[in-house]
Design a protein around this ligand. Sequence first.
Ligand SMILES: Nc1ncnc2c1ncn2[C@@H]1O[C@H](COP(=O)(O)OP(=O)(O)O)[C@@H](O)[C@H]1O
Ligand SMILES: N[C@@H](CCC(=O)OP(=O)(O)O)C(=O)O
Length: 371
Amino acid sequence: MKKQRIVVKIGSSSLTDDMGNIVDEKVADHTSAIAAVKEQGHEVIVVSSGAVAAGFKSLGYATRPKLMAARQASAAVGQSLLIQRYISHLSPKGITAAQVLLTKSDFYSKGRFQNFYTAMMELLHHDAVPIINENDLISIEELTYGDNDMLSALVSGFLQADALVILTDINGLYDSNPKTNPDAKRFNFVPSITEEMLSMAGGSGSAVGTGGMKSKLLAAEKAQSLGVSVFIGTGKGECKLLDILEGKGDGTYIGSPMQPHMQRKKQWLAHHAKPAGSITVDSGAEKAVIKGGKSLLPAGVKSIDGLFDALDVVDVVNEKGELLGRGQVFYSSVDLEKIKGLPSLETKAYSINERAEVIHRDNWVTLKFDH
Ligand SMILES: Nc1ncnc2c1ncn2[C@@H]1O[C@H](COP(=O)(O)OP(=O)(O)O)[C@@H](O)[C@H]1O
Ligand SMILES: N[C@@H](CCC(=O)OP(=O)(O)O)C(=O)O
């Protein structure tokens, strides 16, 4: 098998018990499987939950706290306990672990997004295992990725991984929650996530997990849209990850491993950049950009919302207000106001690089697909 890059997401319930203790046998099982995969020359990036679950007890909370401040404080305690435990299992196997804590806003800037990539490549080059978690101490409300399932999907796309493996306490997706319905049937392979599957997926089955199967399916859908195939399931023993890579895993496989990855620049535009404003375009421009694969020209611009500079990211909407996509503009909002609706020959002088396009094709990502 060719060298694979895999992102392994490990849920809270696969690391801790309901009382907030890290279960050493669980960590030992995961780390021995990681070591076996690395032994075969593959790269492993871990996205690990469990900080809140591993920390609440030390602060005197009886169960996983729901209150934001209590969750933040628990994560600060639990994250160090968790990393300590990963290190104590990986280091005797000659594997260096690297703690990586991320906040959504870290990726708003293209520079930081790029810095993350550079650092990750350096860690992988040195054969280290990055262990990523959301920086829960400061990631609150709208600054969060939602949950680590979604974070792992974004990381797997960003690193153009060969597979995203979501390890949890259930062996795959069932047609209803098997913890409440003993007759539930498992899917071994699904080509893509459908609305029907999302409706079959319920919440968490443990006192420490958060998103349940639904958040895993949403993450799988996201990973697939970025070109990464997904496995959701469980396993035991040092061969579990190798078995999963060989198609023998105990769980559900989602999507084909042959899909092309989305370019990183387009991932940044689609999922991380914060739009500074929006541009409304007419139906001709909508057709040219979405169906024709063309750049957006000033002639199709109807109106501009917000104050932005050239090279900022903006949303592009049609006259019904539907989001069409997102891109980096070559004009400031002030200049665009002057040239909207004009033919390209008259507008170049206002552009940052004397080009006619408002948004060049290479700096554009489509977000509306039902045309
Ligand atoms: N249709 C379904 N198929 C499988 N599991 C489901 C389904 N609906 C809900 N679940 C629940 O999802 C849980 C896994 O999610 P979660 O508790 O958030 O795990 P983790 O801590 O690994 O992120 C399972 O324990 C199961 O009870
Ligand atoms: N960052 C949080 C992760 C919360 C979360 O998504 O948990 P889970 O549903 O177990 O993957 C923590 O470490 O506790």
